[in-house]
Design a binder for this molecule. Sequence first.
Ligand SMILES: NC(=O)C1=CN([C@@H]2O[C@H](COP(=O)(O)OP(=O)(O)OC[C@H]3O[C@@H](n4cnc5c(N)ncnc54)[C@H](OP(=O)(O)O)[C@@H]3O)[C@@H](O)[C@H]2O)C=CC1
Ligand SMILES: O=C(O)[C@@H]1CCC=N1
Length: 275
Amino acid sequence: MKTKAIGFIGGGNMAASLITGLIESGHSPKQIWVSDINEELLQSLAAKLKINVTINNETVINESDVVVMAVKPQVLRQVASQVADAVQRNKVLLVSIAAGISQQSLSQWLGQQVPIVRCMPNTPALVLSGATALHANVKVNDEQKDLAENILRAVGLTLWVEQESELDAVTAVSGSGPAYYFLLMEAMEKAAQELGLSEGTARLLVQQTALGAAKIALESEESPAQLRARVTSPGGTTQQAIETFQQGEFVQLVSKAMHAARDRSVKMSKELGEQ
Ligand SMILES: NC(=O)C1=CN([C@@H]2O[C@H](COP(=O)(O)OP(=O)(O)OC[C@H]3O[C@@H](n4cnc5c(N)ncnc54)[C@H](OP(=O)(O)O)[C@@H]3O)[C@@H](O)[C@H]2O)C=CC1
Ligand SMILES: O=C(O)[C@@H]1CCC=N1
């Protein structure tokens, strides 16, 4: 993998997370190319990460063995159509991280023969703790599957889904998921301050508690429900908090929110796809 040049079209939040993770895990910055329409952003990426940058998307395709499409779903059609000839000419493997853009649309825009891996990563890739689900079209061979998986595995956990439609659910779980935890952290910090703790103390305690809960959940054989029971002494403080969450229909609210995210992903593929 280390000898392959990796290109990114779009150098925003997700590309920066992936690139930082790749470099942290040993990939040479000289073998990474990024294009973006924002020159200032490119200069700051080049200064910080010592990677190759260009405002020309086609240059990235010419220089790379594998190209990650990391632009917003709303501009993907335009970008893909612009670079389709270069993608076909250079026989690059195309990896799309865009939410809600189907393989069918990508093939329509880029060419039916183009090998395409569609995947859904998340921003914890920045700290090598990402989670990515992948799905390949029929043009992708085993070596290309390994190449795509190796890139994403460099920044965290990877898994393949059998049905492309599962990526809509994955988007609602792990793609958007970090934001749900950050929302809970925001809410807990705010409440901690209402209870009289300083901003700094509130932040430290919330961060360390999130880390501790995640670690114990990963390392333990027990389910989250069993782990929760271990914190909840009968008649104690946690019970009061949990009952309050339940009165507010917390579980139903989480389900509703995740269904809304999944439905948005499905709707985006219709709105932005086969028009
Ligand atoms: N953020 C996340 O947590 C996750 C995002 N994704 C997916 O990743 C993709 C990127 O998301 P994110 O990084 O958050 O988005 P950003 O907006 O941060 O990054 C996209 C970048 O692409 C640039 N861009 C716009 N048009 C072009 C163009 N024609 N050519 C080259 N670059 C262009 C944008 O510039 P400008 O801002 O000036 O328009 C921007 O810098 C999306 O498709 C999203 O669905 C997937 C998983 C998680
Ligand atoms: O909010 C979004 O649409 C993207 C996809 C998953 C995370 N961010």
